[in-house]
Ligand binder design. Sequence first.
Ligand SMILES: C[S@@+](CC[C@H](N)C(=O)[O-])C[C@H]1O[C@@H](n2cnc3c(N)ncnc32)[C@H](O)[C@@H]1O
Length: 213
Amino acid sequence: MAGKSKRSKSSNRWLQRQQRDYFVRQAQDKGQVSRAHYKLVQIDQRFKLLRGNARVLELGAAPGGWTNYLQDKVSKGMLVAVDPLPITAGAATHVIAGEAGHPEVDAEIDQLLAGSQFDLVLSDMAPNISGIRTVDQARAMDLADIAWSACEMWLRRGGHLAIKAFQGEGLDDWVQARRKAFKKVTMTKPKASRPESREVFVVAQGYDRPPQG
Ligand SMILES: C[S@@+](CC[C@H](N)C(=O)[O-])C[C@H]1O[C@@H](n2cnc3c(N)ncnc32)[C@H](O)[C@@H]1O
């Protein structure tokens, strides 16, 4: 019984925070799939990452807030959205139900690209939170590495990467390493990202892809 009342107190707090939250209300009022939508809108407004014919790989796409923004923005390009969970997406979006970093997902992406490359790799992937900070941070950094591997495989020279990351062990080194591969790397926290969260976004522009072969 004690456990039950503890749970309902914390879910009440969550509910109150959601109701207070401007971006959650906006998402509900405007029929957006999620609050996350506004984070990408704000990142795109600042960094101008998208053009109409861009080829975009979106990792961690469910429930589809970013996907909905992206499919309008790149209507003449290509959008590949990956997540093991269901994604709300239009018919033109290539949805891959699986985990990025798994060989079968890589194979599907290879097939869709048919030898071409992405202009932009985006990741809003987040690990299942265990509550143990060191474990969760290590998992988040693994996801950052998966997004980076996607760049090594499929991002064109001059292309961009934007990922969600979490302030903590390993992030500064990870960002330093990306500075060697991209012309410009910026850490940013969009207004739509909750101030109390350790969430930040790393935007890396101008991939200096090593020559292949
Ligand atoms: C914060 S949510 C993404 C929200 C989404 N950008 C939106 O706007 O609706 C994080 C997502 O990352 C996904 N995720 C975690 N690990 C993943 C992986 N290896 N490959 C693909 N998606 C992953 C989770 O399933 C979850 O749906």
